[in-house]
Design a protein around this ligand. Structure first.
Ligand SMILES: Cc1cc2nc3c(=O)[nH]c(=O)nc-3n(C[C@H](O)[C@H](O)[C@H](O)COP(=O)(O)OP(=O)(O)OC[C@H]3O[C@@H](n4cnc5c(N)ncnc54)[C@H](O)[C@@H]3O)c2cc1C
Length: 421
């Protein structure tokens, strides 16, 4: 990389990527006394963190690659309303990722992955509560639980081993009858036969506004925000170099929180080709239906979630493999309405915003939280797949521990970058 011009801003660390993970990390570092510049090409919280389902899903301690999944995939792909789809022109690109993913359905990696996810999720809510107290934004998190609902007895039977595993991992879960489910959420349809209440989970009524609140606190602490694209990164003797549109920056340290876009940067910094891809997900807003539910409700059969939000009821979910560049297929968002209609018979169906976001996903369902570079001048925190909102505040505490070379509260060995070599 040939420098056009070198700047030496008054900065200790550049955090690249102002999604929920980058924002939490930028606050933790700035508060600890580092001078932080947070950089994002699109603004604050405009990536995957903008339109997620707002669910602090601490109960999701099992990796997505579950034993027995292989047999279910063809049926999922053939169902036009199904939760998983592949853009066929992307198949050759995603195939190596899928092979690695399927290898993770073996018992041993599955068990190790569950252990690792539990180690993050068990402290995730408490970390958010600490952060939001400090930010004076405790209103952005409601710990009122969430429901998983079942329309068929058979699905519940199939779910029992999973429930037992969740409980073994310390997840609180209460099995409910259909009537008990409707006592909690009266608008839910009579076709729901059972539910599981996860009382120790939470939701936010606006994940985008949560990002904005975090950003203003970061600025209040003296942090700087810069809206620019980082074009390339490089290790140097003094630290790192960032290529921006108007020149190069030389900085002592860099934290990569670029979510699904992290792969080329990791390659430039370490020479590693990481199996990072994206599970594209969609949401559809029903602006006049926020009052239908009190807490997030996930359907076990239909594999999507409905979360009551400030701007309406958010229907969210689905996984689409199609990479970072293919246009969104908003039919994936619109189909969620058919599912919502079945579960909420009186729902006001007038649709609002349709949205697609890029979940940053590694094939073992675990993020990378690590340090790299000969002098440890690069910090890494990305790949939080379906759980980036849930795990962001804890990730920030762990990143700070790495930066300060203190013992982290969680064993970080499952989250090392080197696990894929
Ligand atoms: C439909 C859907 C529902 C979801 N629901 C939930 C949920 O309920 N609970 C949960 O915990 N998680 C959920 N998730 C996942 C969660 O949203 C993500 O894991 C999380 O947002 C990832 O955050 P991030 O900060 O790592 O990435 P992002 O929010 O994507 O941020 C990365 C940032 O990096 C910036 N960037 C990238 N490249 C560059 C560059 N070259 N220069 C400058 N900036 C750059 C981007 O502009 C972006 O703002 C959901 C995801 C989807 C799609």
């Amino acid at each position: 990389m040939e420098p056009k011009k070198m700047k030496r801003p008054d900065t200790d660390i550049a955090v690249v990527g102002a999604g929920v993970v980058g924002l939490c990390c930028a606050i933790a570092l700035q508060r600890a006394g580092y001078r932080v510049v947070l950089i994002d090409r699109d603004g604050v919280g405009e990536g995957c963190s903008k339109g997620n389902a707002g669910h602090f899903a601490t109960e999701q301690v099992l990796p997505l690659a579950t034993p027995g999944l292989l047999g279910k995939i063809p049926g999922m792909l053939l169902d036009p309303l199904g939760p998983v789809s592949i853009r066929w022109s992307y198949l050759h690109r995603i195939a190596p990722w899928l092979i690695r993913f399927m290898l993770n359905t073996r018992q041993r990696p599955f068990a190790a992955g569950a252990q690792a996810l539990q180690s993050l999720n068990q402290g995730a809510l408490a970390a958010w509560q600490r952060l939001l107290e400090e930010v004076d934004a405790t209103d952005m998190l409601r710990v009122e639980g969430s429901l998983l609902v079942f329309e068929q007895q058979q699905t519940l039977q199939g779910y029992q081993p999973t429930l037992a595993q969740l409980r073994q991992h310390g997840v609180q879960a209460q099995l409910l009858s259909g009537d008990q489910v409707r006592e909690l959420e009266p608008q839910l349809a009579g076709r729901i036969e059972h539910g599981v209440l996860f009382p120790e989970t939470g939701h936010t009524a606006n994940p985008y506004r949560l990002c904005q609140r975090l950003a203003s606190y970061f600025r209040q602490l003296g942090g700087q925000f810069l809206q620019q694209e980082v074009q390339a990164v490089q290790l140097t003797d003094q630290g790192c170099r960032l290529r921006l549109a108007d020149g190069d920056w030389q900085l002592p340290q860099l934290l990569l929180t670029t979510g699904a876009w992290s792969k080329p940067f990791v390659q430039q910094l370490t020479g590693r080709s990481l199996p990072l891809d994206t599970e594209r997900g969609y949401h559809l807003m029903l602006p006049a239906a926020a009052d239908q539910l009190r807490i997030p409700v996930t359907s076990a059969e239909r594999c999507f979630i409905m979360t009551p939000m400030e701007e309406g009821l958010r229907l969210a979910g689905t996984v689409e493999f199609g990479g970072l560049h293919k246009p969104a297929n908003m039919k994936r968002a619109e189909m969620l309405l058919l599912h919502a209609r079945a579960l909420l018979p009186t729902v006001d169906e007038r649709p609002g915003e349709r949205w697609m976001g890029f979940r940053p996903s590694l094939p073992d369902s675990l993020p990378v939280i690590d340090r790299a570079g000969p002098r440890g001048q690069v910090l890494l925190a990305f790949g939080h797949q379906h759980l980036g909102l849930t795990q962001a505040a804890l990730t920030a505490e762990l990143v700070l521990a790495l930066q300060q070379q203190k013992a982290p509260a969680v064993d970080l060995s499952p989250f090392r970058l080197g696990r894929f070599s």
